[in-house]
Design a protein around this ligand. Sequence first.
Ligand code: SF4
Length: 235
Amino acid sequence: MKLVIVYNRYWGHMKLSSFLHFAGFGIKTILFKKKDPLLGTVIVTDRCNLHCKHCSVNNITAVMHPYKQLRSEMQQLYDMGVRILFFCGGETFLWQDGELTIKDLVAEAKRMGFLIVNVVTNGTFPIDLPEADLILLSLDGDRQRHNEIRGDTYDTIMENIRNATADNICLYMAVNQINKDCIQHVCRTARDTKNIRAVSFNFHTPYPDTRKLALSRDEKAACCAEITRMMNVRS
Ligand code: SF4
């Protein structure tokens, strides 16, 4: 399982033209066994202001990739048929090329014709990105567990969520040995907090230095059962 979206006011926001495109894609994939890509990722930088316990990919080069290069990667993905684009980091809100920021990348992706443009962030910067369809914001548990993993950032992030300029936020939890018991808490936070539209879960990706945080098969199954249970909870 790569990504599960549980609490979800997302799909109701989709334009009819986008829905028709995805429906057509589904038919081609299932009936005609086409294997074209639909979803692509552009990494804008690996620079990050955090040093999370489970992360092995931050600040290896700390390079901000130039706008021209990123635009060319976007065009390549578009030409391959990709229509759902994710901007990832490092921390995407740190990205700059002269005056250009992540807002300009999102706007350009929309101009190019991507139907859904999402941005992944750690949520530690003020959130003013109504142009994005979804802002995938990392929240890794309750205050104690989140801060154990991500440093003392929980309160800042929650304040940034409440002050965001649009309700396009999807919580994005990486489940590992530290926070595996926090799934319910994160679901309820998503449900009860202004500006959050959805919640999603990934399992920890183990690198050589973070293997001890990985879940066993049985632990993953228990997490999936908890997520399924929360999908059926109505209050
Ligand atoms: S915020 Fe993301 S990129 Fe930065 S250290 Fe944490 S997991 Fe890594």
